[in-house]
Design a binder for this molecule. Structure first.
Ligand code: OYP
Length: 577
């Protein structure tokens, strides 16, 4: 009788029945089971333990905890993880401070080769490749598709009005017998537009102002060379002080223009693609799930493995990374007020649709881009995850009606949309779940974002950022206004200084390296599900991931640059770093 008073009794009884018939022969164990389940239910479902808080307005709400020490033990790092997290960064910083000292007392910071003196060799083949090839236009184009921010590039059928590139300007970049107009019509022109950076307040570091630009960059899918940049304007409003930089300009001017684009890339990639669109988006699912779903609920069981450690890493991020004296304030151009304003701008236009990879690629018009491995692998993973989730959902919900009638589930979605993603009228996720398909898609979004999408943005950060000129965290001089006046001195005075560069290398290494107690996608250390049919679905899911693994490895054979960020065995089951 007691059991029946819980709204989740359906799941509870089902669960116990299976475990009883399968594993337990004696009534005593059945009773122990019930007591255990009820206490778990009470504990986990208590929305007293897990409360919402507004850390800052205009971004997703998060867990009410000032530091990670306030979190319930169940969601804290294990010892191994904690000590590794705390020691690895200290170790990295110590090693780099020695290099820094050597440079302070030695030669000045005057040539791009000086970055080699702090560069960590042998830690990543991609970072070394980057050091050798970062000036090449083809490599710049490659990174738009398979680099740290693979979701910025859009197709361009018509030039934006504020970017007056003429056919003459770019003719020398074109293949024979074609021109800009024809290529725009043919769908071979693409755009990176960092309008969101326009007017973001800049940081001041050790009383020196830092600088930000809001570039536009036009790219061309060249039949022989692949995707290459063909024109760059560093601000949103054309002006005689805002020239359009071209590949045929003096080489240092073109190089500095590309560096400015890459600097915007650092900000957008870390704060928007990585922090906001994975860490903070998923934290809403963590809080709502812990508050609203009992541990015996099938959706709890499905999601729990994908929420491990996320609350703690986000708490640490809020206290050490983006806090008023955090790492951003110390070395990044958007540190201080800028980062929040940037995140708020993106949050305002964030849509549920854009979190679903197939829709995202459609909306950006990027299905025709060849060698866009991020797109190919994302779609394979999405389909596998979605079919797994749909299978599970159909197992526990016989009809759409069952979904509508599940009060816990409805409380959960309401918590997500009304308490988590507040102030988002155009997000596009309704507060009520009506069908099994809606439920499957939502759970798939949560799983895809916390696994594949996080891996795609997080795991390459050392690879792409260790060679600091390729993705600088700050700029110490304003954008160039005169193409003929760009010198190496100016480039070195603009790029991050020695200590900023060291910190960029240390932190991106710390966050990008494989984690000690990582659990890969599809592996479950806790046996949440016990029913035979559910176990079969899990087995099928694993087999499909294995096929994807094989496919990706095959595809990578012989590639000059491997793309392995979405290799299932390297994707973690949750956001833990
Ligand atoms: C938490 O001991 C996190 O100081 C990273 O945050 C680093 C610390 C704490 C500092 C540890 C310490 C993880 C969650 C997150 C996120 C996404 C954004 C990552 C941005 C990385 C920026 C690198 C900056 C380089 C200069």
């Amino acid at each position: 009788d007691k059991v029946l008073t819980f709204p989740c009794y359906r799941w509870l009884i089902g669960d116990i029945k299976v475990q009883y018939t399968q594993q337990h022969k004696y009534t005593a164990s059945l009773i122990r089971m019930v007591v255990l389940k009820i206490s778990m239910y009470k504990y986990f479902c208590h929305n007293v333990c897990y409360r919402w808080v507004t850390w800052a307005p205009g971004i997703p709400r998060c867990i009410d905890a000032t530091t990670e020490a306030d979190l319930p033990q169940d969601v804290r790092f294990d010892n191994e993880k904690r000590s590794d997290f705390e020691h690895s960064l200290h170790y990295a910083l110590l090693e780099l401070s020695l290099k820094k000292l050597a440079i302070r007392f030695g030669k000045s910071w005057s040539d791009l080769d000086d970055f080699k003196r702090i560069f960590w060799k042998l830690r990543s083949p991609i970072a070394e490749y980057c050091m050798e090839h970062w000036k090449e236009d083809r490599f710049f184009g490659y990174q738009c598709m398979n680099g740290s921010n693979p979701r910025m590039i859009k197709s361009c059928n018509k030039l934006p009005e504020n970017f007056p590139v003429t056919s003459d300007m770019v003719q020398s970049s074109m293949a024979p017998r074609t021109n800009l107009d024809k290529e725009l019509k043919a769908g071979n022109i693409y755009l990176l537009d960092y309008a969101i950076m326009d007017g973001i307040p800049t940081n001041t570091i050790k009383s020196k102002p830092q600088y930000i630009a809001a570039p536009l960059c036009l790219l061309y899918q060249h039949p022989d060379e692949g995707l290459i940049p063909i024109a760059i304007q560093l601000e949103q409003t054309p002006d005689h002080d805002t020239p359009i930089f071209l590949p045929r300009d003096p080489p240092l001017a073109w190089l500095l223009a590309k560096i400015w684009v890459r600097h915007s890339e650092f900000q957008v990639f870390q704060l928007l693609s990585h922090l906001l669109r994975t860490h903070l988006v998923i934290e809403v699912f963590c809080v709502a799930t812990l508050r609203q779903l009992p541990a015996v609920h099938p959706i709890y069981k499905l999601l729990a493995p994908h929420l491990r450690y996320t609350l703690e890493i986000n708490c640490r991020g809020r206290t050490q990374l983006i806090s008023p004296n955090g790492i951003f304030k110390r070395v990044v151009s958007t540190g201080g007020d800028g980062l929040l304003i940037l995140a708020q701008r993106e949050y305002k236009v964030l849509t549920y649709r854009s979190l679903q990879p197939r829709n995202d690629f459609t909306d950006r018009g990027v299905y025709e881009l060849p060698k866009y491995f991020y797109r190919e692998h994302s779609l394979m993973l999405w389909d596998t995850i979605h079919s797994f989730v749909s299978g599970m959902v159909s197992l526990y919900y016989q009809s759409d009606h069952d979904v509508q009638e599940d009060l816990e589930l409805q409380a959960w979605i309401r918590d997500i949309t009304q308490e988590g993603y507040t102030e988002l009228p155009n997000f596009g996720l309704p507060s009520k779940l009506n069908t099994r398909e809606e439920l499957s898609t939502l759970v798939s979004v949560a799983i895809f974002t916390s696994t594949a999408q996080h891996a795609a943005t997080n795991n390459g950060q050392f690879d792409w950022c260790a060679w600091v000129p390729n993705t600088p965290c700050t700029m110490r001089h304003p954008p160039p206004t005169d193409k003929d006046a760009v010198t190496m001195e100016m480039i070195m005075a603009t790029l991050p200084d020695v200590s900023q560069s060291c910190l960029q290398m240390a932190i991106t290494w710390h966050l990008g390296r494989a984690q000690p107690d990582a659990i890969p996608l599809g592996q479950y250390t806790q046996e949440h599900f016990t029913e035979g049919e559910a176990l079969e679905l899990i087995e099928r899911f694993r087999r499909e991931l294995k096929d994807i693994e094989g496919h990706i490895l095959n595809q990578n054979e012989g590639l000059e640059l491997p793309y392995l960020f979405l290799l299932p065995s390297r994707i973690e089951n949750s956001i833990t770093i």
